[in-house]
Design a protein around this ligand. Structure first.
Ligand code: CUA
Length: 334
């Protein structure tokens, strides 16, 4: 086999190896190709039709190129040639691209349809998500963080703001992305339909820990969502065991309550995430760890190694048993 032949076969073997992993990336909880709601389904349709249009254009233009260079190589009269260039090079792309643009724009209003009552305010922080639920008619919000839950089958309005840097909220399986801009509010409405766990990710480069700014999006049956929201509105459970009480005392003595609120206690800080029902969430530290003993201990002792430039200092002076007690207390906050 010639050198070039060997290179080509090595290349195609490599692409055979790479292809399944690329296709595998189309699956999973963070894929725009696996829509879980109306908005993502529309965006997928736009993508597929645009892709179809691009393929038609590509095939038509390359087909003509091949035809006139390989098949019919007779001399073409200047007038005839000009007609081909204007027809295939100007008129055809203008018609195809223009039609795709008009159709794509006609879908935009439905992406901005008003919500059905539930409002969720999300503020982009460094590098986590402050979340507040405002059910219709609510006088005060129900605070949470780093997880957004939706009732299936209705349209929820997301009011987006940011503290210092520009972030972008994106749940690929549920819809498009929307920037979060300091000093102003942007609005995104989403209509999820399929219950399940999805993943969201900050989609605007915002600094050192941009890639570590993720969250879970959970779509629930409406009655399950209402029950869950009522639980979230309740104060935190009291510590039950000696170890949990010891953990709460460490939380108090280390001043954690200056930054974190735990409703139902004297801890009312607002700098960091609300921890009232931390253990009911699917993840810790904005989608990068689990709410379980080892991860909690690891996070508290090594915050800045795990998430560069995060505001929370690393409590690396705490002894292992103190970290464990703290983790046990936080794990009890269901
Ligand atoms: Cu927040 Cu990128």
């Amino acid at each position: 086999m010639s050198r070039r032949g060997k290179q080509a076969s090595r290349g195609s073997a490599l692409s055979l190896l790479v292809l399944p992993s690329l296709l595998g990336a189309c699956d999973g909880p963070q894929s725009a190709l696996m829509p879980g709601g109306q908005d993502a389904a529309q965006l997928l349709l736009i993508f597929l039709v645009m892709l179809g249009g691009a393929i038609v254009l590509w095939l038509a233009l390359n087909g003509m190129f091949l035809y006139f260079t390989q098949v019919d190589r007779r001399h073409v009269a200047l007038r005839h040639g000009n007609r081909i260039i204007i027809g295939a090079g100007v008129v055809l792309p203008t018609l195809v691209v223009g039609a795709l643009l008009a159709w794509g724009l006609s879908i935009m209003p439905s992406q901005r349809a008003p919500g059905d009552g539930l409002v969720i305010r999300v503020n982009g922080e460094e590098w986590w998500w402050r979340v507040e639920y405002w059910p219709a008619g609510a006088q005060e919000p129900i605070a949470s963080a780093n997880e957004i839950r939706f009732p299936a089958g209705s349209r929820t309005e997301l009011q987006l703001t940011a503290s210092t840097y520009i972030h972008s909220l994106w749940i690929p399986s549920l819809g498009g992305k929307m920037d979060m801009i300091p000093g102003r509010q942007t609005v995104l409405t989403l209509h999820p339909d399929l219950e399940g766990f999805y993943r969201g990710q900050c989609a605007e480069f915002c600094g050192a820990s941009h890639a570590l700014m993720a969250f879970e999006a959970v779509v629930m049956a409406p009655e399950d969502f209402d029950a869950w929201l009522a639980e979230q509105a309740a104060p935190a459970p009291e510590p039950q065991s000696d170890l949990q009480r010891q953990g709460q005392a460490i939380f108090r003595d280390e001043g954690c309550g200056a930054c974190h609120a735990i409703r139902g206690t004297a801890f009312t800080g607002t700098v960091g995430p609300d921890l009232t029902h931390l253990a009911s969430r699917a993840s810790l530290a904005a989608g990068i760890m689990e709410v379980e003993r080892d991860d909690l201990m690891n996070w508290i002792a090594h915050t800045r190694d795990i998430k560069p430039q995060v505001a929370m200092p690393a409590y690396d002076w705490l002894a292992r048993d103190e970290l464990a007690a703290l983790a046990v207390y936080l794990e009890s906050l269901e």
